[in-house]
Ligand binder design. Structure first.
Ligand code: NAD
Length: 446
């Protein structure tokens, strides 16, 4: 879908008008192309004295092939700051001391990552206060930076220091182009973070991934990115989408399964299929979703039921069927697709938002269960993504949806897909129970 304003803002005249009038400036975001280095330039790494992540971050950046800046006059492509040493609010000025001199030098589509301790794992009241304060800092910085830059806060549970690499690689790379203002938790589940992939360019080699709603939009992008990363993808959609589904499956050399996931026999048919054809499954992405918008006062029962069935109630039934049959292999990954509507709420979407908040509940409910099986569950919560679903939104709401975020533009299906692929990575075993918004730091529900 064309964003005409973004096209205009990219012309000579458009740039002048945008600057003169102080209008939103949706710069083209850098997106990942296979073979590219994780970061287009060196990173500046600093930290508050006494932090616990100097060595783990240094090792992860080295392993990712990211150079560190030593001279102060060079331009960093990323700023990484270990804030775990900030154990008292008076020491928050370390943030000002590190970031202020660097911000103007940060390159285009720059990356800022602050690493801290989850406040609930703090060992003193002062540390809990200081660590919680980091969230206000990163969220505000995300709103100040321009030119496609993103900012995240990564909470590292004590003991999980060695499990940060897959997350750092994702957040520093162009794969996280539309993710900003997020707080991500890396836990001790998975020990060292799970198995490090032999090949970081194809981390899903040998894995089988099921993607529902894969014939178009976000689901097709997820299927493509997981296949690019080496997975054998089982692309599922309703029979009515059979032709488009076959096209996607052929393009990625995957398998196509025509099935309505809300059918009473869907869990049994799916488990039979995965058992006989693939001997199990490693990655399950519950992407299929529908909208049937109406104010609740005017909403027929069938409309409510249809949305609940596709977007929520069939998903735990499928999870349980896979778990009971022992088909989700060790190191398994379940990924839900929520929405900012499920976080912020939206008029006309009581049914949809109920399901999308329910997906967040599904993540919270299953996370400890899956941790015991050496598996994880996380969700993406997309904001405004350019798809058929958002093309159907009335123009004024669509225009506002695109602009009401720190990056002043809509995201692309691939942005959601890259986030799913990070959760699916074998090295992301310590990333469990997260809901990460892919929304360009939308103003909604922030
Ligand atoms: P889409 O309508 O383009 O694709 C959804 C797919 O799900 C379709 O191919 C559809 O046939 C399939 N599907 C629907 N019911 C099914 C069923 N019963 N069984 C099997 N497949 C079924 O939508 P999209 O924009 O690509 O959205 C994908 C997911 O992302 C949805 O869960 C949606 O709620 C979520 N999401 C999208 C946006 C956005 O901006 N587009 C924002 C937030 C969340």
């Amino acid at each position: 879908m064309t964003d005409r304003y973004q096209q205009f803002a990219g012309t000579g005249l458009g740039r002048a008008v945008v600057r003169r009038l102080g209008l939103p400036d949706p710069v083209p975001l850098r997106r990942y192309r296979p073979g590219e280095p994780p970061l287009p330039g060196p990173a500046r790494f600093g930290g508050a004295p006494g932090g616990s992540l100097t060595d783990p971050v240094g090792a992860a950046l080295k392993s990712a092939g990211i150079d560190l800046l030593t001279e102060h006059d060079q331009r960093p492509a990323a700023l990484v700051f270990d804030a775990t040493g900030i154990t008292d609010p008076t020491r928050l000025r370390e943030l000002h001391a590190f970031f202020k001199p660097e911000l103007r030098r940060l390159g285009p589509c720059g990356r800022v990552v602050v690493l801290g301790t989850p406040p609930d794992a703090a060992t003193s009241v002062a540390e809990a206060i200081a660590q919680r304060a980091l969230e206000g800092f990163t969220r505000s910085l995300g709103k100040e930076l321009r030119r496609g830059a993103t900012v995240q806060l990564v909470h590292v549970v004590p003991g999980a220091e060695q499990a940060i690499e897959s997350t750092l690689r994702f957040l520093l790379s162009a794969k996280s182009a539309y993710v900003s203002g997020q707080v991500i938790r890396i836990g001790t589940h998975g020990g060292t973070g799970g198995a490090e992939p032999e090949d970081w360019d194809h981390p899903l080699g040998g894995k089988v991934a099921l993607v529902t709603g894969a014939s178009r939009g976000i689901g097709a992008a997820i299927a493509e990115v997981l296949a690019r990363d080496g997975a054998r993808v089982v692309a599922l959609d309703v029979p009515a989408q059979g032709a488009e589904l076959a096209e996607v499956a052929n393009r990625i050399r995957g398998a196509a399964v025509q099935l309505d996931i809300t059918a009473a026999d869907a869990p049994a048919r799916l488990t039979d299929y995965l058992r006989t054809r693939h001997g199990g499954v490693d990655i399950v992405v519950h992407n299929a979703g529908i909208t049937r918008d109406r104010k609740l006062a005017n909403m027929p029962e069938e409309t409510w039921d249809a949305v609940l069935a596709v977007n929520l109630t069939c998903q735990p039934v499928i999870n349980d069927a896979l778990l009971d049959a022992g088909l989700l292999r060790p190191g398994g990954r379940i990924v839900g697709v929520s929405s900012i509507a499920g976080i912020a709420g939206n008029a006309g979407q009581t049914n949809y938002a109920t399901t999308k908040a329910g997906v967040i509940g599904m993540v919270a409910g299953y996370a400890p269960v899956l941790a015991q099986r050496d598996a994880t569950i996380n969700a993406v919560a997309p904001g405004f993504i350019e798809t058929n679903m958002t093309a159907a939104v009335p123009l004024p709401i669509r225009a506002a949806g695109r602009r009401m975020n720190s990056l002043s533009q809509g995201g692309l299906p691939v942005d959601v897909a890259e986030t799913v692929a990070w959760f699916a990575n074998p090295a992301s075993g310590a990333v469990n129970g997260n809901v990460v918004r892919v929304c360009g730091q939308s103003l909604l529900g922030a």
